[in-house]
Write a protein of this length. Structure first.
Length: 196
């Protein structure tokens, strides 16, 4: 059975994600990072959340990145439903981006199933993102990225770290957005000095 050709979804600079694969975002700004990726893609975004948590979306936070009308939110009743829903959405290729918020990193077998589903030959290869707390740790993912706020005087920026990737070494940058929906900029963490 032929597989979809892989391509890179280039967010900005060295921040690029292979389509047809599943990536992990962790850290306190993981949702912001996922919205930034959604802003670089067109079409609907399937966002799967735990139905047993009260956390929702802040419209003002979402609109900075994308039109909130693009979000299709699924509130799963059980943890297993979240991964099943993600797997089926990736397999269908109906949306370019599937985001799933998990309470803990999944095991290797579910991650492998997600990769296989994302690589099946039904339409363009989707991108899968799992959002995990802390430093993440899902085995078998294509890449792991950690994001944390690093805002300064008049600066909207985040510290972005590539913790793991199959084809690239660990690295760290500042990711900045000068205005809502503006292009992101990436600068090496050591090169950015805050001025008074």
């Amino acid at each position: 059975m032929p597989h979809r050709p892989r391509r890179l979804c280039e967010i900005t600079g060295e921040f690029a994600l292979a389509t047809g694969r599943v990536h992990e975002f962790c850290g306190s700004a993981r949702r912001t990072l996922a919205l930034a990726v959604a802003g670089r893609l067109s079409g609907p975004v399937l966002w799967i959340t735990p139905g047993w948590q009260d956390a929702g979306f802040c419209g003002e936070g979402v609109v900075r990145w994308i039109d909130p009308g693009r979000l299709l939110v699924v509130r799963a009743r059980r943890p297993m439903e979240m991964l099943w829903c993600m797997e089926e959405a990736l397999r269908s290729g109906a949306v370019p981006l599937v985001v799933t918020e998990l309470d803990a990193p999944p095991a290797m077998v579910p991650v492998r199933r997600l990769h296989l589903a994302a690589g099946e030959p039904e339409g363009p290869a989707p991108l899968g993102l799992i959002l995990t707390p802390g430093k993440g740790g899902a085995p078998g993912i294509e890449s792991r990225w950690h994001a944390a706020p690093a805002h300064g005087r008049g600066l909207t920026r985040w510290q972005l770290r590539r913790l793991r990737a199959r084809m690239a070494p660990p690295a760290a940058w500042h990711l900045a957005q000068p205005a809502p929906r503006a292009a992101l900029t990436l600068s090496p963490l050591t090169a950015l000095k805050e001025t008074a």
